[in-house]
Design a protein around this ligand. Structure first.
Ligand code: NI
Length: 158
């Protein structure tokens, strides 16, 4: 009974505090919140792809929380690799991408996307040029632990 009463008092106290703070913030805050953070310019894929001069070199075009959106142009064969800690999303904007897995493959056409599960070995292959949007957490290395000359530096924005 004592426990019930004290919980009830606690809840009522919280509710009153919340109402009080809501009331005071509504009275005092006249500045629209975070309006200065809005960038009204859209991100145009064609424009961004036009800035890419090398294949297999992802460039960051936007971030959402801890995730980055990267444009990249692919042609030819990549290396076998996996990403131990994260899935990786491939969204094809133009062309046809094949991703080989140890036990199969997937063909991703323009307007299609595919999520490679974490820890699954994969090797992208583009017979002709592919324009791709990658969605992956900040800091992901494109070749995983495989390394090699196709390993691209991170966090280069265009
Ligand atoms: Ni990968």
């Amino acid at each position: 009974m004592t426990w019930g009463k004290s919980v009830h008092r606690l809840l009522r106290g919280n509710r009153q505090r919340n109402e009080l703070s809501r009331g005071s913030s509504a009275r005092n805050q006249e500045v629209p919140f975070e309006e200065e953070k809005v960038n009204y310019k859209t991100i145009n894929f064609n424009e961004k792809f036009g800035l890419l001069s090398e294949y297999w070199s992802p460039r960051v075009v936007a971030e959402m929380n801890d995730y980055q959106f990267k444009v990249v142009k692919l042609k030819g064969d990549f290396v076998w690799h996996d990403h131990k800690d994260t899935d990786e999303t491939f969204m094809v904007i133009d062309g046809n991408l094949r991703i080989d897995f140890r036990e199969g493959d997937v063909h991703i056409g323009a307007g299609e996307m595919f999520v490679v599960p974490k820890g699954v070995e994969h090797k992208p292959y583009a017979e002709n040029e592919v324009k791709l949007l990658l969605i992956e957490p900040r800091g992901l290395v494109n070749t995983g632990d495989a390394g090699g000359e196709l390993t691209a530096p991170n966090d280069i924005w265009i």
